[in-house]
Write a protein that binds this ligand. Structure first.
Ligand code: GDP
Length: 471
């Protein structure tokens, strides 16, 4: 698409209706200025309250973030390791776990928590995450400086110990100045009650929190009355929380934007319709490729996302042939290759021409690899530019694409034992990510029987019945 002439509209589109702050340098982050040329305008408008909270947060980040004078002073106080040492500013250090999709959904949730808790968000990006995103906060950085003592959890008290001590002693004890909170799930873990008032009251007095999670834990926050009322004011549309957070935070770096924009312009831009197809195979050794291919075709053809093949004719005579493109994201090359060959070998019954493109096939998830992550990020972004999106159940990679794009995906059933009695896919009811490990108890310790009757807007996920999501 060509840019609209009207420069006021252009400015409004660039800043996503005020979601983004103006004043950034274009050369350092081209995607920030060009992405509106690739995307349709969002159906979801950010509220004035969200915008004012973001501007307020940016002010705090400038005042206390790594480039500020206050930062060094605060870090000195913290390093003194005195129990109860209090800095002028409070910090929240996000630390990565698992794949890029998991990281991005947990980072978005951590940012929202930072806003609520008046904490400065700093990210522990190792080399494998550097160079993926632009800096999100004007005139500052969110990178935890490499020479910071808070790169490791050693010698830092943990949330788990704090909870134990809190239970054991009813007398007031001095809280640590730094605390490591692991919100990741392990089988033997006790419930963490992170969002509950009692624990939030304790955490409020700790200057620096290091938080590790691989989940989108916004549904937890939604279960706390204070956070809940803030969320309600900030996000009148409950299913667009990640959508706004992701569009605010995650701008592809120039390197990633080069991959995205070239691929988009070369293969996708001129098509009449774009279908994003994410095929995530969690256990490639036990799931036959043909079973997955059958599932994908069953889903896309029976729901009219792609046309069936015309087996009677060798040539299609319809005039005015429209072109549909399918962007395939998968670790394995065979899916894209099979689909491409299929539509080249036979005409489609509708006469449509189907182009199939797969940007990469990395074969396996690679850790500590920067280029691998840049490719993964580029593909999530490209998927988010589709008109129609098909994702794989349970995949956080797909959650990022659907959230960024504002697209309710068709969810491919997750194959386990070659079962065939289920529908190949279902249409999701919301664009929010699913939280896979919701709390099992209310803050008072009573078991939660049914989320949706206790918390309006929280519903069981379609792709994972133990999970919950907003929508
Ligand atoms: P999830 O495991 O599906 O929830 O998604 P994650 O993003 O957390 O982890 C999977 C990781 O495997 C990704 O971050 C990539 O590193 C890699 N990966 C999986 N599927 C794809 C794909 O379609 N394309 C690329 N480039 N990488 C993928």
């Amino acid at each position: 698409t060509s840019p609209p002439n009207d420069s006021i509209h252009d400015e409004k589109d660039k800043l996503i209706d005020g979601l983004l702050a103006s004043g950034f340098d274009e050369a350092s982050c081209t995607s920030r200025f060009q992405s509106h040329l690739f995307r349709k305008p969002s159906h979801h408008k950010p509220s004035q309250y969200l915008i004012s909270k973001l501007r307020h947060y940016e002010e705090l980040h400038r005042k206390c973030g790594p480039n500020s004078r206050g930062f060094r002073r605060n870090m000195k106080v913290l390093q003194s390791k005195k129990k109860g040492a209090v800095g002028i500013c409070k910090y929240l250090v996000w630390t990565p776990a698992n794949g890029l999709g998991n990281r991005m959904i947990s980072l978005a949730a951590t940012f929202l928590y930072a806003i609520f808790a008046d904490r400065v968000l700093l990210v522990r990006f190792h080399n494998d995450m550097r160079g993926l995103f632009c800096e999100p906060f004007l005139n500052s950085t969110w990178l935890l400086p490499k020479d910071s003592p808070f790169w490791g959890e050693k010698n830092v008290e943990t949330y788990k110990t704090m909870l134990k001590m809190d239970k054991a002693s009813h007398s007031k004890r001095a809280l640590p100045s730094t605390l490591f909170i692991n919100l990741q799930h392990t089988r033997d873990d006790l419930e963490k009650f992170f969002h509950c008032d009692h624990n939030q009251d304790l955490l409020r007095n700790i200057t620096l929190l290091i938080l590790q999670s691989d989940q989108y834990f916004v549904p937890y926050l939604f279960m706390n009355p204070y956070f809940n009322s803030e969320i309600n004011k900030m996000f009148p549309e409950k299913d667009a929380i990640f959508h706004h957070l992701a569009r605010y935070l995650f701008h592809p770096s120039n390197e990633a934007w080069g991959l995205i924009s070239r691929f988009y312009q070369t293969y996708l831009a001129s098509a009449n319709e774009k279908i994003g197809l994410q095929i995530r195979v969690f256990s490639p050794t036990t799931t036959p490729m043909q079973a997955i291919m059958d599932l994908v075709l069953n889903c896309t053809i029976s729901n009219n996302l792609l046309p069936a093949l015309d087996t009677q004719n060798l040539v299609s005579y319809s005039k005015n042939q429209t072109v549909k493109v399918v962007l395939v994201a998968s670790l394995f090359p065979e899916y894209g290759e099979n689909l491409r060959a299929m539509y080249l070998t036979k005409p489609s019954v509708s006469g449509e021409l189907i182009g199939v493109y797969q940007p990469s096939h990395e074969k396996q998830q690679k850790f500590y690899n920067n280029m691998h992550n840049i490719k993964a990020w580029s593909e999530m972004y490209l998927l988010s530019l589709s008109d129609v999106l098909v994702t794989t159940s349970l995949s956080t990679f797909g959650y990022v694409a659907q959230g960024l794009g504002g697209l309710k995906p068709w969810l491919l059933y997750r194959l386990t034992n070659n079962e065939t009695h289920f529908p190949a896919c279902v249409r999701d009811f919301s664009i929010e990510p699913c939280n896979h490990i919701p709390p099992k108890h209310f803050c008072n310790g009573k078991p939660i029987q049914n989320f949706s009757s206790s918390f309006p807007y929280l519903r069981e996920c379609l792709d994972f019945s133990f999970g919950v999501k907003l929508g």
